[in-house]
Design a protein around this ligand. Structure first.
Ligand code: G6Q
Length: 545
């Protein structure tokens, strides 16, 4: 049976009506009516405890949201994804990042091939290579062991590796140095290489397509740097490896395909950090910790695949996100990890969520008449509290926030961790309940500043609480967000796995490059603004020359 357009689904209509009654109710009242909701409205899986009671919902709202998930076909679509069907319709591809973390003893046949077997063959190759680097057995061209690993990649070939390296730094081998070069701005590469000894440096060129302009520009400059410092082109074989699906281009670049780690078109860039794109992660934390991370991903995949919706973390988080976005009208979501090692997690999530669900047409290409993916952003706590949280508490835009906390620090030191964690709970409490005028007056506040000190509250939060940040926990946390993004994408009826929006800018830039570098004044045929900017750029550039 075909699924009606979103606004015609029965649960959607009921939610619209329901929102008229509940949407304006304050969390203070919602908690007063249901004082034990904080003990009830939580779910737990794979070491992650989700408290969602401080959302502006009642049991009725939750029931309707889960009905909407059912009516939207989330379960059927999920099963299609896990079965390797081509659910990425605009690129006609399977979406199988879940296969990257399936245990070796399992099987998943797609187009006549067992993809799990293929995945584990690559993991074995990565393991052997990572062990050689970590054990000091892989020698550079002039006989020195590798001590510096430079990952060159961008977007999905950078954000995952850099986030995972930072997140799991505690578990990393400290006598190896890791650098991540993504920007085509030469300052990125120059600063990354400035203090490195070429004889001890390994470049991992990470690019699914091996055609990305930024990555290839950086890779060619890195190649020139290596040859200049080692004195021979033959050094490339010992100092460059590639992670890619494009063996031909890797070989044309000069990297032996024996030193290439493959993956497949069914792994999207932003879903690839647990594929060979995670080679730098495996070298940093070691194969065993990497397998632990994969097992955490897989545990959350299994939870998503089998748990009833009412206890299913990704479904709950996804549907609460739909409520906040479509019914309460919140345009952004803040993600605040109270864990310094997760400092790059918000940047990673920005790509995962916004490249996946920033879409304006349905799977059938129909223009959408409702809101889709919100803006994601964030900073680690408590730093954010001393800057932009002011707007969260008293601004005119309601920003739902995910607060991520841990019961134990990886670096226990005096009272630090309880001070840090107290802020997770305090912020969620303050955002929900604020401070009333009566409370402000009761503190003896002078009349003329009372209004300034009132905090409206009624700001929704999710609190995600776990024991300690481990490789396994990180895997589960990422998979939780992946599947929550998936759930929302199904409800919104969009293709969460393509990214056509990034193409136009790339094409236009390719046209403009020669216009910036030409010696003779080029004939410009853009709009008047772009033409004027290019002329002014050329003028400034000549001044500097
Ligand atoms: C991710 C996107 C994009 C991609 C980069 C790098 O889902 O597709 O961010 O990862 O453009 O692409 P390559 O890995 O092909 O260089």
């Amino acid at each position: 049976m075909s699924i009606p357009p979103l606004r015609q689904r029965s649960a959607w209509k009921k939610l619209e009506d329901h929102c008229l009654h509940i949407g304006s109710r304050h969390l203070r009242e919602i908690f007063a009516d249901d004082p034990h909701r904080g003990e009830r409205l939580h779910a737990e899986a794979n070491g992650i405890y989700l408290d969602y009671s401080k959302n502006r919902v009642t049991d009725e709202t939750l029931g309707l949201l889960l009905d909407l998930a059912e009516e939207s076909g989330v379960a059927a679509r999920r099963d299609q994804m896990f079965a390797g069907q081509h659910i990425n319709v605009s690129e006609d591809r399977a979406v199988l990042h879940v296969a990257l973390r399936m245990p070796v003893e399992t099987q998943l046949m797609v187009d006549g091939h067992d993809v799990v077997e293929q995945v584990h063959a690559v993991i074995d190759h990565m393991t052997s290579f990572a062990n050689q680097i970590r054990g000091g057995e892989w020698m550079g061209y002039r006989g020195k062991p590798i001590r510096n690993i430079v990952n060159v990649g961008i977007g999905g070939s950078d954000l995952g590796p850099v986030m995972a390296y930072e997140a799991l730094r505690h578990y990393s081998k400290r006598d190896l140095r890791f650098r991540f070069v993504s920007n085509v701005d030469a300052s990125d590469l120059t600063e990354a290489l400035g203090d490195l000894d070429a004889d001890e440096t390994l470049f991992i060129i990470s690019s699914k397509t091996f055609t990305t302009l930024e990555t290839l520009t950086n890779a060619h400059s890195a190649r020139a740097w290596l040859i200049e410092h080692t004195g021979s082109e033959k050094a490339i074989a010992r100092h460059f490896v590639a992670v890619s699906t494009n063996a031909q281009a890797v070989s044309a670049f000069g990297i032996d395909t024996a030193n290439m780690f493959g993956f497949w078109d069914w792994v999207g860039g932003r879903y690839s950090m647990d594929s060979a794109i995670g080679l730098s992660t495996m070298i940093a934390i070691g194969p065993d910790n990497f397998y632990e991370m994969l097992s955490g991903f897989h545990a959350m995949d299994e939870h998503f695949r089998t748990a009833p919706f009412a206890r299913n973390l990704p479904v709950l988080m996804g549907m609460l996100g739909v409520w906040n976005r479509n019914f309460l009208g919140c345009p952004t979501v803040g993600v605040m990890p109270y864990e310094q090692y997760l400092k790059r997690f918000p940047a990673y999530l920005q790509q995962l969520t916004m490249e996946s669900n920033g879409k304006h047409v349905t799977l059938d290409g129909e223009t959408i008449d409702y809101q889709t993916g919100p803006l994601y952003w964030g900073e680690p706590g408590t730093n954010g509290q001393h800057s932009f949280y002011q707007l969260l508490h008293q601004g005119t835009t309601i920003v739902p926030v995910d607060l991520i906390g841990f019961a134990k620090s990886l670096n226990a030191l005096g009272e630090h961790h309880d001070i840090l964690s107290s802020n997770v709970f305090a912020q969620a409490e303050a955002l929900a309940f604020g401070k009333t005028e009566a409370e402000v007056r009761g503190e003896g506040t002078p009349d003329d500043v009372v209004a300034h000190r009132v905090m409206e509250g009624n700001r929704p939060t999710n609190v995600l609480l776990a024991e300690v940040l481990t490789p396994r926990l990180l895997g589960s946390l990422i998979a939780l967000y992946e599947h929550s993004v998936f759930t929302q994408g199904v409800v919104w009826g969009i293709d969460s796995f393509d990214q056509w929006g990034v193409e136009l800018g790339k094409v236009l830039a390719t046209k403009i490059i020669p216009e910036l570098s030409a010696d003779d004044e080029p004939t410009l045929t853009h709009d008047s603004s772009t033409n004027a900017l290019i002329r002014h750029y050329r003028h400034l550039k000549r001044n500097e020359d």
